[in-house]
Structure formats: structure tokens, C-alpha cells
Design a protein around this ligand. Structure first.
Ligand code: PLP
Length: 364
């Protein structure tokens, strides 16, 4: 198979899915895949066996969830346009409004639909201002207690999303207690509560039982159905970006240029200034792996190898599923990576390739 391509390995996806299923079973919480993190629908057949449905950030994600993923479809968006609402209603089981303003705007139109409101609890676990839902002047959810109190009779649930790659159970526990203390009286009047995504519960050392028991305790205390909206936790470590070395240079460091681009194919690393991951990253040779776009800083990272790299060498860049495939773009006209799936029996099949016609079709 010609590089570049994303390779989704179902045998690496499965351990995450089994943890999700275990957490659902033990806690009673439902789990919805956050499509903004991962929307590669060719593996939804497997994922949907272990989750309850999907949640969204836009009308198109709502429709994709309804069309491709059996189960519940939650519709959330930072703001809906008037012309979208009929489609949102037709394709969702619940609509979660981001503000009281939006709830009021669509109150009549959605009066027969299950409705919820996003609450901003004012604390989060994000280290990046850019990704912090509780940053100053945040638009992500209501925080005005009086405004929330006035619409309680129009909604049956709340959504809180204030975790971000949080692998610390105690920190989660502390924040949930904060939510209970502050919003408990409101939560008692609801039927369901979504606690959003960002809990890294599929990580190797995560105390899954403690999380499950805490969620069940919360659900029992308030008599609510709890939902989780995992994105990254579902697909973490399941996928690689397969690339080939095209050229090597020396400019004070050993440089290898590959047939891919961090800006076009792993944009999140560039945004958050993180290095890509390459395994085993061991050996006497140190090389900088560079993308082929003209962006000077198009660099995947520096890694160790057993021998000097040469054109034709193949590399597997790890953890290329979450916030990666959904962000790929046509910058520099670099060939978009194909998508391949490694089945549980070990066979690999190509599910999508992108060619010049797709590049042309992306603009006009
Ligand atoms: C981003 C997001 C998620 C998924 O977050 P992960 O960190 O990928 O688990 C879930 N719910 C909402 C509202 C989000 O914005």
C-alpha cells in the first residue's frame, strides 16, 4: 500500500473499547463517542458495539452520527443557525443548547424534543488557554445561576464538559464534588447529566473502578442517567500515520523529509507545540523527521534510530487518530493520507484513497 496512509488497527482499538464497556457496566453511565475527535465512520461498526451513540459539535456531525452510528444521537453545538434547526430535530434524540439565549430562540420549535443546557462550572483541567472551556470570558456554556434557574422547566438535563486529557482521578473527583456543591439543587430537578469528555480513563494506570463507583454514586444521589462523551479515550493509541522517507539532508542535524506534513496531516501537534510519537525511538542515530510542506517549522520531532535513515525507509507515527484525521487538509497540495483498517484477523484493507480530483473538488 502506498504511503502516506492512516492505519487504524482494530486490535489496538479493542482494549479501549472493552474498558468503555466495563465502565458503562459498572457505573450505569452511557458513553457517546464525541465525533469532533474522531469521525472515521468505517470503524463505527466495531465501536458502536461498545458505546451507546454519538455526540456532536455541528449539524453535519449530528447527521453523521444518526446515519452511521446505531444508538442515541446527541446534538450539541456552540450555536445553531435558524436554518439548521429542523434538520437537527429530525436527526437527534436530544438537543443540548450552549446558552439560555439559544434555548429561548428555539423554545417553540423544540418544545416536543428532549432538551438540555450546557453549564460552565468555571473550573477545568486544561493546561492550554486555547483549549480551556473555563478560560476568562468563555462562551462555552451558561454560568449565570439566575438565568439557568429560569429555564429549568424547559430542560431535562445538563452537560458539563470541563475535563481535558485528565488522567488524574482525584482531580476529576474534586471537580465533580464542586459541581455537586454548586449545582446540586438544579441537578436534582434533571433526568440526565452529561459529564462530557476529556477523562483519560482508558490509560494504563487509570483507576477505572474508582471512576465507575464515583459515577454510580453521583447518579444515585441525584437520580439521573449519567452520560460520558469520550473522544480521545476511545481511540487513543489505535492508529498510526504511515510515511516514507523521501530525502535526507544534513544541516547541523540529520534531517529526513517524509511524504507527509505535520501541518496538513497532524495539525494538532503543531497547534499545541507537541512532538509526534515514534516507537521504539531507540538507537545511536538521531534524526529530525520533517514534513514536505514549505512551512519551515513543519517538523514531526527528533527521534533515535538503530541506523542512518535513507530514502525509501518506512516510519510509523503513533497516535494519529484523535483530533488528527478530522483535521487533515490540503495545505501545499500534499497528497492526503489514504485510510486503511487492520482487521482483527490481521488483514489490512484500504477504505479510502484521496487523489487529485479530491484536491480539485475541495475548492472551486
Ligand atoms: C471535545 C469534547 C468532547 C470530547 O473530548 P475528549 O477530550 O476527546 O474526550 C466531549 N464533549 C464535548 C462537549 C467536547 O467539547
Amino acid at each position: 500500500m502506498q504511503t502516506p496512509y492512516y492505519l487504524i488497527d482494530k486490535s489496538r482499538l479493542l482494549p479501549n473499547l472493552e474498558k468503555v464497556a466495563y465502565l458503562r457496566e459498572r457505573s450505569g453511565a452511557k458513553a457517546l463517542l464525541a465525533l469532533k475527535c474522531f469521525a472515521t465512520w468505517s470503524v463505527f461498526d466495531l465501536i458502536s458495539d461498545y458505546l451507546d451513540g454519538t455526540t456532536s459539535s455541528s449539524l453535519f456531525e449530528v447527521k453523521l452520527g444518526r446515519e452511521k452510528f446505531p444508538g442515541e444521537t446527541h446534538a450539541y453545538s456552540v450555536a445553531w443557525a435558524d436554518h439548521e434547526m429542523a434538520d437537527v430535530i429530525a436527526n437527534s434524540d436530544k438537543i443540548i443548547f450552549n446558552s439560555v439565549g439559544q434555548l429561548n430562540r428555539f423554545a417553540q420549535q423544540t418544545s416536543n424534543h428532549t432538551r438540555g443546557l450546557r453549564i460552565n462550572p468555571g473550573v477545568s483541567t486544561s493546561d492550554f488557554d486555547l483549549a480551556d472551556p473555563s478560560r476568562p470570558f468563555s462562551r462555552l456554556g451558561e454560568s449565570d445561576m439566575d438565568a439557568i434557574a429560569k429555564v429549568l422547566d424547559q430542560i431535562s438535563g445538563f452537560m458539563f464538559h470541563n475535563n481535558c486529557e485528565n488522567d488524574d482521578f482525584d482531580r476529576f473527583d474534586e471537580m465533580l464534588t464542586g459541581i455537586e456543591d454548586r449545582f446540586g439543587a438544579f441537578i436534582h430537578q434533571m433526568d440526565w447529566i452529561s459529564l462530557g469528555g476529556g477523562i483519560h480513563f482508558t490509560g494504563a494506570d487509570y483507576p477505572l473502578d474508582q471512576l465507575a463507583d464515583r459515577l454510580r454514586q453521583f447518579a444515585d444521589k441525584f437520580s439521573v442517567q449519567v452520560y460520558l462523551e469520550p473522544g480521545e479515550a476511545v481511540i487513543t493509541n489505535s492508529t498510526t500515520l504511515e510515511v516514507t522517507v523521501l530525502d535526507t539532508l544534513f544541516n547541523g542535524k540529520n534531517l529526513a523529509i517524509v511524504d507527509s506534513s505535520i501541518e496538513a496531516h497532524m495539525l494538532d501537534l503543531l497547534i499545541y507545540r507537541e512532538s509526534a510519537k515514534l516507537l521504539p525511538n531507540d538507537g545511536p542515530e538521531e534524526w529530525m523527521i520533517c514534513g514536505k510542506s514549505c512551512l519551515a517549522g513543519d517538523i514531526f520531532g527528533e527521534f533515535r534510530f538503530p541506523a542512518a535513515l535513507q530514502p525509501g525507509d518506512r516510519l510509523s507515527i503513533q497516535d494519529a487518530a484523535g483530533y488528527t484525521m478530522v483535521k487533515k487538509n490540503w495545505f501545499n497540495g500534499v497528497k492526503m493520507p489514504a485510510i486503511a483498517i487492520k482487521e482483527l484477523d490481521g488483514s489490512t484493507r484500504l477504505v479510502r484513497d484521496f487523489d487529485y480530483a479530491d484536491f480539485v473538488a475541495a475548492l472551486s
